[in-house]
Design a protein around this ligand. Structure first.
Ligand SMILES: Cc1cc2nc3c(=O)[nH]c(=O)nc-3n(C[C@H](O)[C@H](O)[C@H](O)COP(=O)(O)O)c2cc1C
Length: 185
C-alpha cells in the first residue's frame, strides 16, 4: 500500500478474526513498533504477545482474577465476558512502557514513544491487509494485573492491541477539517 494512502486512511477495526498475521508478517509488525521515535534510544517498552489458545485463556484468567481482586466477586455473565476479552482477536499484544531512569527523558516522553510503537503496529497491520484495535479500560490501570504479568510497579500498560483480519472491509475514516486543529501563526 502506498505510504500516504496508508497514513491518510488508517482505521481501527474492532471485529477481528483469523487468519492472524503469520510469523513473517508479525515480524514486520514488531519491526515497525521498534522504529518509534525514541528520545536517547532508551527503548522504554516491552511487548507481551498472546497468540495461542492457551496463552489467550491464561490471560483471560489473569483478567478475571485481577478484576475480582480490584472490585470483588463478579456475576456469571461478567465472569464470562472478562474471560472472553482476550479472544476478541486471534492475537493480542500488551504494550508496556518500561520507564528507564534518564535525566533527559521524562516518563511522559517514554510513554509517548511506547504509544508511537503501538501506532506503528496499527499501520504495519493495515499495510499487510490486517487490522487492529487499541484498547485500554480499567485493566490497563489494574495493579493486580500488573503484578500477575510480572511488571514493575513503575511500568505502565499503554494498551492492549488486538490484531487480526477484519470481519468486513475496513471503512474509510471520516475526513476532518484540518483548519479546526492547525492554526497558521
Ligand atoms: C491510549 C488509547 C486507548 C484507547 N482505549 C480504547 C478503549 O478502551 N476502548 C475503545 O473502544 N477505544 C479505545 N481507544 C480508541 C480506539 O483505539 C480507536 O482509535 C477509536 O475507536 C477511533 O478509531 P480510529 O482509530 O479508526 O480513528 C483508545 C485509543 C488510545 C490511543
Amino acid at each position: 500500500m502506498e505510504a500516504l494512502n496508508l497514513l491518510l486512511n488508517r482505521s481501527s477495526f474492532g471485529k477481528l478474526q483469523a487468519p492472524a498475521p503469520n510469523e513473517e508478517e508479525l515480524n514486520v509488525i514488531y519491526k515497525a513498533a521498534l522504529r518509534a521515535p525514541d528520545h536517547k534510544g532508551l527503548r522504554p517498552w516491552r511487548f507481551l504477545v498472546y497468540r495461542t489458545e492457551a496463552a489467550l485463556n491464561k490471560l483471560g484468567n489473569m483478567f478475571l482474577e485481577a478484576t475480582i481482586a480490584e472490585e470483588g466477586e463478579v456475576d456469571e455473565a461478567k465472569r464470562q465476558k472478562i474471560l472472553n476479552m482476550p479472544h476478541r482477536a486471534p492475537v493480542l499484544i500488551i504494550a508496556i512502557a518500561q520507564y528507564q531512569d534518564s535525566p533527559k527523558v521524562p516518563h511522559i516522553e517514554q510513554a509517548i514513544s511506547c504509544g508511537c510503537a503501538v501506532h506503528g503496529m496499527l499501520y504495519a497491520l493495515q499495510a499487510q491487509g490486517f487490522a487492529g484495535y487499541w484498547r485500554t479500560g480499567g485493566l490497563a490501570f489494574n495493579n493486580h494485573l500488573k503484578a500477575a504479568l510480572d511488571l514493575k510497579v513503575t511500568d505502565e500498560i499503554i494498551g492492549f492491541l488486538y490484531m487480526g483480519t477484519p470481519m468486513v472491509s475496513v471503512v474509510k475514516p471520516d475526513s476532518v477539517e484540518t483548519a479546526d486543529y492547525f492554526f497558521e501563526q
